[in-house]
Ligand binder design. Sequence first.
Ligand code: HEM
Length: 435
Amino acid sequence: MSDETGVPSADAESEQPAGVSRRGLFGLLGAGAAGLALGAAGGAGVTAAVAAQATTPASRVYPFFGAHQAGITTPAQDRLHFAAFDVGERTTREELRELLVEWSAAAAQLTQGLEIGETGAVGGSDLAPPEDTGEALGLPASGLTITFGFGPSLFETADGVDRFGIADRRPESLVRLPRFQGDALKPEYTDGDLCIQACADDPQVAVHAIRNLSRIAFGRASLRWSQLGFGRTSSTSTSQATPRNLFGFKDGTANVKSEEAAAVDEHVWVGAGEDAAWMTGGSYLVARRIRMLIENWDRTQLQEQELVIGRDKAQGAPLSGGTEFTEPDFDASGAAGQPLIDPTAHVRLAHPAQNSGVRLLRRGYNYVDGNDELGRLDAGLFFLSYQRSPEQFITVQRTLATDGLNEYIRHVGSAIFAVPPGATAGGFVGETLFA
Ligand code: HEM
């Protein structure tokens, strides 16, 4: 992609992408137009070529601009930094719009492995703070995707105030999630006016993205809560091996995969004319911080663990038989007449058969945030799901009220966001809302 002077070759498609470096590309493209230029002009071609050729996680580059935002059907990367923001009380509509413009421009650069701003990390004045914080210098793009979302409170505060003149554009379904049985939500992990999901195969790249975007927001929006995730807990592509969650089970087997085009259209993207017009091509994101009571689980017999999930621990095969990708047979029974997949098993209750055909695109991550005062790991699943309507998540979560898993988990955080469609080259995410 670049020679040793850092100059990208004109014939990018014939070059190896692995050498994309922040300093290298920035050296040539320099100014703040760099990321936009990549997205707007040759960008789509260059990045598509790079993405197509990339074979190692570090060398993957995903285009920022497109019909849908990246980071949804993109093959789930291994690391996450998720952040929810509150917009400042005195921020005006124009300032919010300007923030989204600046965030998109920076995200277009970051996702291509570039430094942000006009002068990057070390190219500016010695007497001014650098525009880019610098900790990703020398690191490749690492498959970074940045996905923006708008919470219900952006449209109308809890007191009914329409701060930005967009209350009448709020999609009807974009309201705080209802209280579910067993919810033990803590305000410090809940809600938010805006969100940014940064996923990458290098944690430093994801953290660098959130840090710099938070910095850009200074004076207009501030971090409300954030979450680091390591180890994806789902596959969003059939090309990926199914990973394991912290209970040691394969997670993501029956997920909606990007290759299932019809299912993605049916379950993930908002279609034309079915919702607020500005959401066409967008999706809804539910984030749930689910604490796993690891110590209780670890004292549970293997047989009980498998009964609770409804799949075997080794292969992830349904307890009704077969291998990992065999469809579960919920009618199958054992010698004593007992159902092979227990009535309270997670996969039975979460399955579309129990939920009017509803499916979700799950994109969660494992987390461990130290330990509590009793010496128990503060660990769990940072559950993320994308769906064309919040109703899909609500339906499944309600069915999970009798889930055997509930004895071993606590939902402690919750948020919902409307995720607008992708930005057109040179435009910004949210443009359809502020048009
Ligand atoms: C810590 C909490 C959770 C754990 C440990 C967990 C674990 C699992 C596992 C091991 C599977 C089977 C493999 C697979 O198909 O992915 C699964 C499936 C599934 N889970 Fe969860 N899950 C959790 C929470 C949730 C929540 C909150 C929802 C949604 C409200 C959910 C929805 C689903 C769905 C839709 C499936 C696929 C069911 C099917 O079509 O067969 N899970 N989960």
